[in-house]
Write a protein that binds this ligand. Sequence first.
Ligand code: SF4
Length: 237
Amino acid sequence: MKLPEIKGFIDLSLVDWDGKVTAVLFLPRCNLRCPFCHNATLVLNPEEMQTIPFEEIRLYLIKNKRWLDGVVITGGEPTIHNDLPILCNQIKELGLKVKLDTNGTNYDLLQELIAKEQVDYIALDIKAPITLERYSNAAGVEARKLMPEVQKTIKLLLERPIDYEFRTTLVPTIHNHEDITLICNEIIGCEKYFLQNFKNDVKTLSPRLANIQSFTREEMQVFLKLARKIVTNTFLR
Ligand code: SF4
């Protein structure tokens, strides 16, 4: 049985799945290069990180599953790993729920995971409005072929096959007011939309963001107000 390599493990988190006590697994590599990514080594040089055997994690989960609600699988981008469903199955077989963090660029795999009930919750990062210039700018790659995948994933989740949230990290020099309006127009009727402020306390994938300050509280409130005109269930995180 082949499983994706696991390059990071948090044994207890109260912040990665709202209201749930979780463990968190980090899978390596990503098909995007968001300049504001906080996991540069995991994305660019995962071979520099130690691989954690799943068997070790499995034993921990078995020992502690009484008080764990579930496991968050994040990255990197988990859906670039074709063997992700096997990992999800292994966790579900222990009686734990699975939350997946994704950029939504692998629609087919996400659809399969949902259809086979191998995930319980999806957090979809919407990097920017789904237009070639805006999305490519935020994702750090030419996004022509990826955008239809993200659009299909959004559409799928809007049909509420499982619990989900959409979220966007707002970054000065990358996002503006119009972006929020455009994104919200793509996700009208969504269950939950979270706006997250860029944090510059951790090294970013692109050094050009090293000296960029986060948005102020007031600026985030303006984004929130704009979003709520279209998507009432928008929140700041
Ligand atoms: S922030 Fe962007 S580059 Fe980093 S893991 Fe997420 S999708 Fe990939």
